[in-house]
Ligand binder design. Structure first.
Ligand SMILES: [Cu+2]
Length: 188
């Protein structure tokens, strides 16, 4: 079905380029795409980014491109490090800021449709590493499809996820938020 897929070309990234069109021999399968536009809240107002989701044959490709992240700061016994940044799907599609000292509580808890411990939530993502503010990440998951995550929220946290502490990995405050929507047809 997707046997001609050429991994040298990230389909999501290609999709993002203005005016890009695949050569006919690569235009293979229509697939669902969704997108979250990420915006920083009061703790990190410079953050901007996008997260794309693409249905694949046996799971979903996730592509994230984020700018304006804070620089890394080491932690101490009393303080969590700043970065790399915990990155999760949260259960409610709301990015209302609310309390500016503890923003984006409106996005609710981690999205956890199969009642797993934290570390194995469907929406537990790899952490984002800031490179002078810029993070780019592309990974695969078989824990959901594009349709499953429509209307949920992407959250970027201030601190790393330890993938152990319950229920949310002790990833600190919520720096940025974006609702997953804009379902449309793309090509894989
Ligand atoms: Cu989170």
């Amino acid at each position: 079905m997707f046997t001609n897929y050429n991994p040298v070309f990230c389909p999501v990234f290609s999709y993002m380029q203005p005016g890009f069109s695949y050569p006919p021999q690569w235009r293979m399968e229509k697939t669902n795409i969704a997108k979250a536009d990420i915006k920083g809240g009061p703790l990190a107002p410079d953050i901007r980014g996008v997260v794309y989701f693409l249905d694949a044959m046996d799971g979903t490709y996730v592509f994230a491109e984020v700018y304006g992240l804070p620089d890394y700061q080491p932690g101490s016994d009393s303080k969590l490090p700043i970065g790399p940044h915990g990155f999760h799907i949260h259960e409610k599609g709301s990015c209302e800021v609310g309390d500016p000292e503890n923003p984006f509580q409106s996005a609710g808890s981690h999205w956890n449709p199969t009642n797993q411990p934290h570390g194995n939530h469907a929406g537990d993502f790899p952490v984002l590493f800031s490179n002078h503010g810029k993070a780019i990440m592309y990974f695969f998951t078989d824990k959901f499809t594009v349709s499953d995550v429509l209307g949920k929220a992407m959250i970027i946290h201030e601190s790393p996820d330890d993938f152990k502490s319950q229920p949310a990995g002790n990833a600190g405050r919520r720096l940025a938020c974006g609702v997953i929507n804009n379902k449309q047809i793309g090509y894989l």
